[in-house]
Design a protein around this ligand. Sequence first.
Ligand SMILES: *Cc1c(COP(=O)(O)O)cnc(C)c1O
Ligand SMILES: [Zn+2]
Length: 417
Amino acid sequence: MSYMKSLKCRECGKEYPKEALHVCELCFGPLEVNYEYDKIKEVLTRNIIEKRPTNMWRYKELLPLDNDPSVGGQVGFTPLVRAHNLAKALGVKELYVKNDAVNFPTLSFKDRVVSVAISRARELGFKIVACASTGNLANSVAANAAACGMETYVFIPYDLEQTKIMGTLIYGATVVGIKGTYDEVNRLCSEIAGKYGWAFVNINIRPYYAEGSKTFGYEIAEQLGWKLPKHIIVPMAGGSLITKISKAFKEFQKLGFVKETPTRIYGAQAAGCSPIVNAVKEGTELIRPVRPNTIAKSLAIGNPADGYYSAKVIRESGGWAENVTDEEIISAMKLLAETEGIFAETAGGVTLGVTKKLIEQGRIPKDESIVVSVTGNGLKTQEALYGKLNEVTVINSKLSEFDDLVKANGKQYALKG
Ligand SMILES: *Cc1c(COP(=O)(O)O)cnc(C)c1O
Ligand SMILES: [Zn+2]
């Protein structure tokens, strides 16, 4: 049973059939999935959700498939960690980390959007699945397509992190490295989608794909005991995730699952690629594209597809946007690891670095609930840390050499016997 009614233009409201369409032919506005909320309200309760298996499909009535998912059945329901040590380090009272660094199967939040997109692409009869990616999407499309036996083409900027490239090739996908930025990759992919008619998850399947991100927000609300946080900080690349977290919170209010309490939403980008942050700070609706230069490659989109809507969501929620330098990204990655034992990728460093900055600026108060969105795993962006951590201390396997080392460290330990 599906509660997806149609696709609908975000600008002029024109409705379209539930096919592989993504732009309005009248006004070129983006299309979005439109649900029958009245019917959902009749069949879905918090109690029913709580009894279901712990994955993102426990909210299936609010996801855009006609049938059950054909791939990615185990994705989601990642931990929401109460981060006491990190809270202390930042001087705040109630802090949580939503940890999609351990999402199944490819350790980033992209598994959420991809399981929806590929399942929908199969419902629509596509045989070949493809994407334009900054890295994590490549991993997830390749893995999930392999799991359901689809042929896969993945397009990336050729100079991505080795681990992200390896973590795509392993699944047998055809990987095409483009000599250019993500924005150039994306433009080429639009042409290829038009000519070859494949399912590009983040281009012609984008309205369905983007809905998968809502589950990140649903889970936070449920894991907080059916409450919305007062503040949430979200990393932005194309700007889709942040708009869908906002949509998720609004839907839960509309369905009566949470009280109508406002959440301030904050956007995070790297200083080397912050077109959305710039727009928020300048108070303009216009997103000026930039040429990215940052270690946070997963967020390096210079011309974000949902930039305009992200800035709007941030502004309307009463939130703000900030950016951090590469150096600040690395210290934030270390801070998260050393306080909470969570190894996030560079994007996580961006989000935590921005959180720290906003608290220091007094924009986020110290006594209200705060959620930091960690969206990817640090094992995939190790290059960023080369030469930035302590070295391994190498000795021969002799007790005397270890004794010398302890002495050199100047520490005192109680000895046995
Ligand atoms: C893709 C990605 C994002 C942001 O995605 P958008 O929806 O394009 O803004 C955030 N974090 C990580 C790790 C990502 O891979
Ligand atoms: Zn329109």
